[in-house]
Each structure stands twice: as structure tokens, then as C-alpha cells.
Design a protein around this ligand. Sequence first.
Ligand SMILES: C[S@@+](CC[C@H](N)C(=O)[O-])C[C@H]1O[C@@H](n2cnc3c(N)ncnc32)[C@H](O)[C@@H]1O
Length: 419
Amino acid sequence: MPNAPTTISIKATPIPAKVQRFFTPCPRGLEQALADELAALGAQSIDPTDGGVGFTGNFTLGYKVCLWSRIASRVLWQLAEAEYRHEEEIYKLARNIDWPHLFSANETIRVQVDAIRSPLTSLEFVTLRVKDAIVDAFRAAMASRPSVNTSQPDMRIHVFLTAYKATVYLDLAGEALFKRGYRREGLAAPLRENLAAGMLALKGWKGQTPLLDPMCGSGTILTEAAMIAMNIAPGAQRPFAFEKLRNYDAETFAAMRDKAQSEVRPLPANLLFGNDLNTEAIDVTKRHLQNIGGAATSDAVTLTQQRAETLTKPAASGLLLTNPPYGERMEELASLKAWYPALGAWLKREMAGWKACFITADRELPSGLGFKPNKKTPLFNGALDCRLFEIELYAGSKREPKPQGGMPLEHQRGFRERS
Ligand SMILES: C[S@@+](CC[C@H](N)C(=O)[O-])C[C@H]1O[C@@H](n2cnc3c(N)ncnc32)[C@H](O)[C@@H]1O
């Protein structure tokens, strides 16, 4: 039997000098918002497609996107791409990557394969062969090899197959980017953090106009909004997989983090307003706000605990953005539907001058409220197929009441009613 090669000392290949290709997956429906965010971060050749955005840039742009993207779920660095017809060609593609120069054999790995219209019958088999290719590359270079950890791997390798092309990526983020680090306790049904940030981006909210979440739950929308208003980098509090790569440029990343830290602003008062029926929700929201910016941040947010439909308008105009409860069981759905008219009446009575946006899986919400939405945007909250409904609650001044008779009162006040 041939002797196994002894462990050799491997020097990191330096940070690649030439332009690199990346792919950032995101919640479906937010591709264009992510493309805009990537452009602002300096990405080139930006290419939004279903479920994510491809782009190019120098290698350390990958660090910057991990630190600053509020909408991306991951940052995948493209290592290799080729046409394939069967599993062994994918094995060879992965085997030709110089894995031992990328990370140490002490790091654990996980391979994930996704495919659209691939002719291959078993993605599990492809997963296994790519894992074999990585292990074989280590075995050829040293005595040790990385082991597999499917729940908390150090290195995540993603393979994407189309009908004829295979692409191998290394995930620079590690844990998904929506795990910012401020959520340390759960309440039922929280929104994904990057979905909340993405909705704020879709509505053009940049921290200048009042924002109200009247059913804030654990405060995801408010916490993401606070981070935007304060210019806090969403990744400021968490580690990334790229810090474990052999070529990790600690100095460059420390400079990025320090610069981000030095640009944080305090949260102005009277900008963010949150409310929930449930006391525990308010307590959790407060803690999430404290986790991002201490007591000063949570004190700057006005939090109340009452029924949404009894709230007083906190400012003359602003953005109401919320994720109302939706019933999964029939009885819950029935009681929700019975409550919608009261919520709609409150919007008409109290919230003129505001734009109200609701993300929900219930397509009947606007008609239940008694409005025709100005806009509806398909969005996914995890696997849940939702719509973001927008209702413009025009202030009285927008439309002059007709001098006499004719129009019903609500129309005179300029509300956009359901037709
Ligand atoms: C789907 S959850 C919101 C989750 C939140 N977006 C998050 O990320 O944690 C809906 C919230 O609406 C609250 N709620 C239900 N009916 C309410 C009402 N009439 N007034 C105020 N809050 C209400 C519930 O207590 C719950 O926290």
C-alpha cells in the first residue's frame, strides 16, 4: 500500500488579483433591490436573475458585501464552472480546485447541490462525489482531510447545475447573512431580517420619514430600520466564513469594520414607532434594539402596547409597514377576516397622509380592509408566497371635495377606495 503523504505546510495562495465572479442569493422578489444595493457597494457586471444576483469585483468586494448587504442571504464566490453531462465531469471539475490552499483540513465542510433542469437523476450522488473530490484533493496533499458537518460547517460549498453547466462556489458568509446576531430569542413567526430590510428598500425608506409598525412582533422591521437610519453595517456583530480561509486578509477586513464603526450615527427620536398587543413582543423588540445600539437606541423608539386599531397617528405623514397575523387554521382565519374591517376603518379615520404597506400571505387582506391596493409586489417569506400590498392614504388636501353632493364622504377625503 502506498504511504499516505505526510502533512505539509501549505502557504495560502494570495488574495486573487484578477476580477472575481460572485453570486448572491436573496428572497425572491428582492432581486432588483439587491442589484441596486450591490451597485452602491461597487459591484460590476450586475446580473439579477430569479432568486439572486450575479456580479463581479475584486476579491475583497466579497468581504464588503458580507459586511454591508442588508438584502443578500449569502455571498458565493465562484471557484469553477464547466459544461457537464454526467456526475464524473462534476467530480473532475471539483477535484481540479486547489482546496488545500483554500482552507485547512481542520475546517469542517458541507456540500449543497441545487439544480434547475439538470438531467442527472440523483443530486445526493452529485453531493457525495463533490465531497469525495474535496477529500481526495486533501489526501493527495497531506495526511489529514476535512470532515463533514451538515449542521454547523466552517466551509459551505455550493454547486449549482443547469441543464448543461455546473458551477462550484465557496460561501464567503458562512451562516446565512440574515442572521445578524441581534436576535437571541424567538417569538413566533418572525420575518426574515433581509426580507424586512428589502421591503424598506422597495419602499425607498432611508431613515428620513417616520415609520410605524403597528403589529411589530419581535420588531424585525423596526430593528432593520434602526440599523438603516444609524448606518450600522448589518454584519457588524457577526463572524464570516472568509475569516477562516487561508488567504484571509485580516488587515483589510479590520479596516472595513473600523470604518463602518466610525460612521455609525445616533438614532433620532420621533422617527420609529412600534406597537403590539402582546407585552412580550414589546419586551423582545426593546431587547433587539438594545442589542444593536444599547439603551439610547431602544429609548429613541416609541413603543406602545395596545390594539393597532386604537393608535393615534404619530406624525402627519410617514410609512406604515407591517406583517399582520395570518391565520393558518380555519378558526384563526375567520376571526382575522372579522377584524379586517375595524383595521380598515382605523386606516381611513386616523392615518390619512400615510402610505400603508402590509406583507401577508392572505390575498384577501386589502378587500377585507376595504381598499384597492395601489401596488402589490410578490415576495417570499421563507417558503411562504406573500404579497406586499401598498395603500396610499391620501390626506384631505390631495383631492378637493366637490362643492356639493355627489361624492361619498370617504372619497371627499381623498381615500383610494376599493372599486
Ligand atoms: C406575524 S406577527 C409579526 C411578526 C413581526 N413582523 C416579527 O418579525 O417578529 C403579528 C403580530 O401582530 C400582533 N397583533 C395581532 N393582533 C393585533 C392587534 N389587533 N393590534 C396589535 N397587534 C396585534 C401579534 O401579537 C403579533 O406579534
